[in-house]
Design a protein around this ligand. Structure first.
Ligand SMILES: [Zn+2]
Length: 80
């Protein structure tokens, strides 16, 4: 079973379909979301952000921004 930390670290890989995450990883990720409201909230915020900025291709050209976003969401998930 994934921990909340695992979910935070993998969120960008699982949400972004460009990245080839194995089906088992994806299932474990979704299973964790079923039992963990904190991570559900975290991932839904993350998905909204990815949608707003247009996905990873945007982030690749703004690596500083990506780090800031990840750090921000990590802080949110730890604070809850
Ligand atoms: Zn969790």
């Amino acid at each position: 079973m994934l921990t909340c930390r695992d979910v935070a670290e993998r969120a960008d890989q699982v949400i972004d379909v460009v990245q080839d995450v194995g089906p088992w990883d994806r299932i474990q990720f979704r299973l964790h979301l079923l039992i963990c409201p904190n991570c559900r909230r975290f991932v839904s915020q993350f998905e909204q952000t990815v949608r707003i900025v247009g996905g990873r291709s945007w982030l690749e050209h703004h690596s500083d921004a990506e780090e800031q976003i990840v750090e921000k969401f990590r802080a949110i998930s730890v604070a809850k």
